[in-house]
Each structure stands twice: as C-alpha cells, then as structure tokens.
Design a protein around this ligand. Structure first.
Ligand code: AMP
Length: 454
C-alpha cells in the first residue's frame, strides 16, 4: 500500500481575523512555490467548519464566489506539493472530519516516519481511511484519544507521531499549532491588526506570506511548541522536549529568498553560499550565469566574490510547471528545454561558470550543459551551491531514493562526465556551515551526510 507524504507543502493558519479566508488565500498565494498540485482552505465561524479544496494552483482553486462561501474568523489552508502518480483530490488538504467533539480540520507540512506503523494499527482496530495521507493518522488518533478535551487529545495524539510535522488544527472555536521537536520544517508566527483595531494571528510556513497580507512577524513557532488560539488570545505550551535540527535544504532550494526562515533571510544565505563557492572553487572564466531561479542569489555571490561578470545567460519560462516531479525521464528532459532558454549572443565563445543550487538526478545540469554547448560556449564550469546530495530525505523534502541520486551512485568524476561539463564543483559541508554562519550549527543535513536524527 502506498502512503502519501506531505512533502514541502505550505500551511497557514489564521485566527481572529475579519476575513480569515482572504488572509489564508493570499498567504497560500505567496507560498505557491511550496506546492502546486492542490490547494484548500477551511474556515470556521464558530458554529461550523467549511472546507473547499481542489487540484490546481491557488488562483485556479479559489475565486470570489468560493472565497465568499468561506465565512469565518479563523482559517487553515494548505498547498500540496506534487508527487508523481498521485493527484487524487482525497489527498488534498485541509482534512476535515466530524467526530464526538464536533468538527475538525487539519493541515500538515512534513512527513511522519512512523505513519505506516500507526496506520496499520488503526486499520487493525477497525479504522477506515479515505486517503493515502499520513495526516489522516492524526485525525484518527485525536478521535480515539482517551482524554476529554481537545487540547489533551491533540497532545496525546501528537506524542505518538515521529518525524517532521507542522500541524495547524482548526476546531469550531479554537486553533492549535504544533511543530515537531526537531523543528525540521519552518513555521512562523505573525500578528495582524483588524480594521476595528483588534488583533489577530497568522502562522505560516514562510514569512513571505506575512509580507503579502500585512502581518507583522513576531517569532518562529518553537520546536516542540504548541500554540493554542482561543477567544482568550494565544497560549504557548512546550509539549515535546526541543531538539532543534532545522532543514538546511530550505536555505538551499526550497524557501523563497525573501522569506526569513529559522530566523535568517534566505537571500543572504544563498548569496553567502555563492561567495563560499567562489572561494573554494575559483576558475578563470568570462561570465557567471545562474540557472534561474534557484541559482540566482548564489550566482550573484559567486560573481561578487570572484569578480567575474554576472549575466542572465539563461531565461526561464515561468509558465511551465516544475520539472522535478514528472514521472518519466523522457518527459523530465523535454521539460527542462521547455523551461530554460539560453541567450546565444551572451554565451557563444565564452567560458561560463554556471551556478545551480543542487544536483539530484543530474538531469537538469546535463540538459543545461547541452543547451549551452549548443550555443557555442567555449568552456562550461558547473558549480553547485550545496554539497552532493547522497541520501534521501525522510523529513519532508521530495528527494528520490538513493539509487536515483546521481552523487550516491557515481564518483565526482563520473558525475562531471555524465553532465558533460568541463568541470564540476560542489560547495563543501564546511562551506555550507560558514554560509549559514551560526555559532551553534545544528541543522539537519542528512541529504548530504546521511546522518538521520530520527
Ligand atoms: P535534477 O535535475 O534531478 O538533478 O534536480 C536538480 C534540480 O532540481 C535543480 O535545478 C534544483 O533547483 C531542483 N531541485 C532540487 N531539489 C528539489 C526538490 N526537492 N523539488 C523540486 N526541485 C528540486
């Protein structure tokens, strides 16, 4: 049986807002990069919860008419990341259920590592599942928990879960926010001011959502923390012993550069990565060009540090979906060409440094080298602003299994040959640490060193 991961998705929660649905909508719009397959919002007016979700982009799922149906002072929302071969609407979020305490809607970003085991237990006990999502476990656990009130039931249920999770849970009157003890995935807390002067709250995977809805960033939700929003305001409880290991890949690829993630501006860190890359891997060349958009900030850093001019040598067509998730190799290769087009006039007869954020299967790099060669590049030096990806992620980033990770199965030389570049370099793990520049470095970088905390 296949279980579905909630990889890299975006979550949002809104409490005590005059138009909670609209704030959730714009937050999801700002976080569209975290998931493009499906989008959904559930709102509560205190009496009942209404949920609307559909496959598609935020702007395709919602219009004035649907948003008008979502009345209420609180909302949760979700963008679902596409994973190959599963586009069932049953796997879109929020997940809604009626149970003995009333109604509940849940959104989740992350991946539960013991989901299968819990699901099997629940099914043995007679539970009926409607989706492949690991998130559905939580609804069952809450419904079956022994405690009387919802807060205690949520705690009891959450304490059984392992892995990466950021949950936002809506009941008819309250909202609950929980981040796992490792804090793998980002989750921030912001404040909004309603037109009557009253205050409300927004929690979102990334702070770029706050910028769009005019929320003030207050702080990150702490690892192991539970926030409870009710008519009495916000209460915080530490429900799991914190052991922070935030995901370093958020800085490398996933988050938007204008977000503050784990307290740091992503753009700055990406530029630092480019500078480090230039220090560690100098080369004589005429141009530095980024693979748009993921390599842009690092390429600026590389150019600044090396003194080699920066040019937008490859232009991206923004109206093509992401390439990573296509099921077959053939389509993946075609889509790279659909998406990226080099400017021949810039590239012909030049020695170019090309910067991208990561190499996973090697498909993108190989295609890029090919299109640059076809444009007459004299030398192509591929530089990657992260270390080689050698291990899959079990905490919510969509990486393929080890046998598909090119750096896990080939030597550096072989990877360089496969992609067809004149040279290939990666940022070192030490360089990555320097780029982030914190004293007490505790990031999860299992994708680079294979050390799994859970
Ligand atoms: P690949 O072509 O398989 O080597 O994948 C590398 C490309 O995919 C790079 O251009 C990255 O920007 C991008 N990428 C890396 N990680 C992910 C991810 N988890 N989801 C989607 N795209 C990714």
């Amino acid at each position: 049986m296949k279980t579905e991961w909630n990889e890299e998705c975006a979550v949002v929660g809104v409490y005590n807002a005059q138009n909670a649905a609209s704030i959730a909508y714009y937050s999801l719009f700002a976080m569209q990069h975290r998931g493009q397959e499906a989008s959904g919002i559930a709102t509560s007016n205190g009496e009942k919860i209404i949920t609307i979700k559909k496959n598609g982009l935020v702007t395709e799922v919602f219009c004035d008419e649907t948003l008008n149906k979502l009345k209420g002072f609180s909302a949760v929302g979700h963008n679902r990341y596409s994973t190959a071969g599963n586009d069932s609407i049953a796997d879109a979020q929020p997940l809604f259920a009626r149970y003995d305490l009333g109604e509940i809607a849940i959104v989740h970003n992350g991946n539960l590592t013991n989901a299968r085991q819990i699901r099997d237990e629940l099914i043995k006990e007679g539970a009926i599942f409607q989706s492949y999502m690991d998130t559905e476990n939580l609804i069952h656990l809450i419904a079956r928990a022994k405690q009387e009130n919802l807060i205690d039931r949520i705690k009891e249920a959450v304490l059984r879960l392992k892995g990466a999770f950021c949950f936002v849970i809506l009941s008819r009157k309250k909202m609950f926010v929980i981040r796992d003890r490792y804090g793998f995935r980002p989750l921030s807390l912001g404040e909004i001011v309603n037109s009557d002067g009253s205050k409300g709250y927004v929690v979102a995977s990334e702070t770029c959502a706050f910028d769009l809805v005019g929320a003030k960033y207050l702080r990150d939700v702490e690892p192991g923390e539970m926030l409870i929003f009710s008519k009495n305001g916000m209460e915080s409880q530490s429900i799991m012993l914190p052991n922070p290991h935030p995901c370093v890949f958020e800085y490398i690829y996933f988050a938007r550069p204008d977000s503050r993630v784990f307290g740091r501006l992503v753009y700055d860190i990406r530029k630092n990565m480019g500078e480090e890359l230039a220090r560690e891997n100098p080369v004589e060349a005429d141009l530095v060009i980024p693979v748009p958009d993921s390599g842009v900030a690092a390429a600026l850093g590389y150019s600044r540090q090396s003194g080699i001019p920066f040019e937008l040598g490859i232009i991206r067509n923004h109206y093509v979906g992401r390439t990573f998730i296509e099921p077959t190799q053939q389509i993946r290769e075609l889509k790279v060409k659909l998406k990226l087009n080099p400017i021949r006039e810039l590239i012909e007869n030049k020695r170019v440094v090309v910067i991208d954020d990561s190499v996973v299967r090697g498909t993108t790099s190989r295609q890029i080298v090919k299109i640059l060669r076809d444009c007459g590049a004299k030398e192509i030096h591929m530089k990657i602003s992260s270390p080689p990806t050698i291990s899959p992620c079990y905490y919510g980033v969509d990486t393929p299994s080890r046998e598909d990770l090119i750096s896990a199965k080939m030597s550096h030389q072989e990877v360089c040959q496969f992609i067809g570049a004149d040279s290939l370099s990666f940022l070192s793990v030490e360089g990555l640490k320097r780029s982030i520049g914190v004293e007490n470095y505790q990031y999860c970088q299992a994708c680079f060193d294979g050390k799994y905390i859970v």
